[in-house]
Design a protein around this ligand. Sequence first.
Ligand code: MEV
Length: 329
Amino acid sequence: MTLSSAPGKVYLFGEHAVVYGYPAIPCAIERRAFVRVTPRDDSRIRVVAEDLTLDGFTVEYTGGTTGQPDVDVRPELVEAAMGYVDHAISEARDAIGVTDVGFDVTIQSDIPLGAGLGSSAAVTVAAIDAATRSMGTPLELSELAERAYRTEHAVQDGQASRADTFCSTMGGVVRVQDDDCRTIDAPGLPFVVGFDGGAGETGELVSAVRALRDEYGFAAETIEAIGHLVDAGNAALAENDLAEVGRLMSFNHGLLSALGVSSRSLDEMYWAAREGGAHGAKLTGAGGGGCIVALDTDGGAITALEATPGCEQTFRADLASEGVRVEEP
Ligand code: MEV
């Protein structure tokens, strides 16, 4: 039996624009998905998932048939999570050159599904790592990141960048532009996350932004503006200028809002964090619902978010300097 974990992430800058070849800067956070893999005597895949959201649920399935979770999570999200596991195991088999090895796969995650914290990337990365290790051939991190990207790309109908999977594999702060992916130095970043308890569907949101970009020149320009803003953010990080990083995050939120991927609760949490004294704030990930991330040095944003009716959870998120890792079973 092999147990691997991989971290979730927040986006400092650049989600959505990264899909069109602009840079993005995601940061790994200490919220992890744990995937335990045990080889079977047959070639079937059996998945047991626990605590895939903060509420938690269990789903058992064999092959491509999804069970019915007994919780308040949209079935599409559960199916999507299972789709990531299916593809991840195929990538692991392909990497080792076997087709007929089956696995029992158990997932535990404290990263809410579809909330912008990179749950699917973390599950995918940890699953490929655990499966390849259990077959005796751990992958180099670069190959692991590439195979995890292929998994997301396939499950999200060709609409994924390398940002989430590279960040979850490597940990730390990363800059991703097409296939140019690297870790970068960054100052201590006092992240606070506000979670509205909801979720967005990444594939649908990426498609909606693409449609807007195809129809309106202003949307294409907005996406380009996000790209420029990421470069400015990169420079502010290099200068250790938290105030400027925060200001640019707030600009980035406004631009994402213009692209239609924010929501009332995300906007309310964004304003609460800013009025609470954060350096800046923005939605993180695909949007539609889920999380905002704020840079908050003195705790004022936490207090403000805790008092915001649409905010179900508030927590500090430490940067995860370590990406995927093998755990003691
Ligand atoms: C989703 O976490 C981030 C998006 O930019 C999609 C992607 O990069 O694959 C919206």
